[in-house]
Design a protein around this ligand. Structure first.
Ligand code: ZN
Length: 173
């Protein structure tokens, strides 16, 4: 197990749509990469981490969201596809590629997502609340979209100037 390096905005890999994971790649050590991504996410205190955030331009992510009861929504989503969305939620979001920057983002309340596991087995999950928010945020990463793309132009410009200041003072690294 090893920790991976998380890349920060505006690294080009974060702004590029990832390539689908191919049949062949399932036969390689996808499980090992996924384990390292879980470890990296836990070490950084996140609930989701997408491949582009560790410099891999591919469509997959890991998630571990605590549920309201004992249910924990932990899974790796390879080649995720959102097949249904409904409702609405407004809440604060963070991102491991934007250290210390939080934004209020409007998302759908419920999502049905189809994906494959590390062995290439297809599955479907019906999620709400934080888990739905996380799946939408991470699927966006797979498509080269970051949460700043989901806020108003004004909020985006404010956030960008804050990032610039942090970069200049060496606090964005
Ligand atoms: Zn993120």
């Amino acid at each position: 197990m090893s920790l991976l390096k998380i890349v920060y905005y505006p690294e080009p890999v974060l702004l590029t749509a990832g390539k689908p994971v191919s049949e062949d790649e399932f036969k390689k050590d996808l499980g090992g990469v996924v384990e390292n991504m879980f470890e990296t996410m836990y070490a950084a205190g996140g609930v989701g981490l997408a491949a582009p955030q560790v410099g891999i331009s591919k469509r997959f992510f890991v998630m571990d969201v605590p549920g309201e009861d004992e249910t924990r929504q932990k899974a790796a989503f390879i080649n995720p596809e959102i097949v249904h969305i409904d409702g609405e939620q407004v809440g604060e979001e963070g991102c491991l590629s934007f250290p210390g920057l939080f934004q209020v983002v409007k998302r759908e309340m419920r999502v049905v997502v189809r994906a494959e596991d590390v062995k290439g087995e297809k599955f479907e999950m019906d999620l709400t609340d934080l888990a739905a928010r996380c799946v939408l945020h991470e699927t966006d990463h797979c498509d080269g979209i970051v949460f700043l793309d989901r806020v108003s132009a004004l909020k985006r410009e404010l956030a960008k100037s804050k990032i610039k200041r942090l970069q200049e003072t060496g606090k964005w690294a």
